[in-house]
Unconditional design. Structure first.
Length: 200
């Protein structure tokens, strides 16, 4: 993987409040649609499509899903440091950690069960997820890392990280860990965190 010059990043990708505002809006809109004890019909239908698919075996889905694991935060920061992109390494470490911690706080503020506590017939793949469902920490962490790395990446790299974030979000519903609004809210939180970090 190659990174863009720090000077080009500073000149052509100056962070603005737009990213943070978009992320906060996405998070709040998702939160407003979340109701404790029930799942909107459209969200339930979308979840059943994702959760009920058998196109890919779990052994292939699991490693993709782990790209949203908090362990990826220091790994990504170390990778950037090895490429002598110290500023990027610091932003990855801060944004990934902040997104993970913020997701846990949102879970406390907006209590929502996991899919198997709200719907019947949920297919659980792998170890059952614990804790609150809204928001997805995997979605928040992977989105924050991708949004922070975005200015530093060439077009092919941007396409790659975008597809990986989408894949992480989809896999969380596929394994039965989160409902669609959980991952949408998590993505919004990740964008908001990345906007703050890029703006400092």
């Amino acid at each position: 993987m190659s990174f863009r010059s720090p000077l080009r990043v500073l000149r052509s990708d100056r962070p603005t409040v737009t990213l943070t505002a978009a992320g906060v809006s996405l998070l709040l809109l998702s939160a407003l649609a979340v109701a404790p004890g029930r799942v909107p019909d459209r969200e339930a239908a979308a979840f059943r499509v994702l959760n009920g698919t058998t196109v890919l075996p779990f052994v292939l889905v699991w490693p993709v899903m782990q790209l949203g694991n908090v362990v990826v935060v220091p790994v990504s920061a170390l990778t950037a440091a090895l490429f002598r992109r110290r500023r990027l390494a610091g932003e990855l470490l801060v944004s990934g950690t902040a997104a993970y911690l913020a997701a846990n706080e949102v879970k406390r503020l907006w209590p929502r069960n996991r899919p198997d506590g709200l719907l019947s017939g949920v297919v659980t793949r792998g170890a059952g997820a614990r804790g609150g469902g809204f928001v997805s920490g995997h979605a928040a962490t992977s989105t924050a890392l991708a949004a922070v790395a975005w200015p530093w990446l060439p077009p092919p790299g941007r396409s790659a990280v975008s597809m990986l974030v989408v894949a992480v979000c989809l896999t969380r519903a596929y394994v039965g860990a989160h409902l669609p609004l959980d991952v949408v809210g998590g993505a919004g939180l990740g964008l908001a965190v990345a906007g703050v970090v890029r703006g400092t």
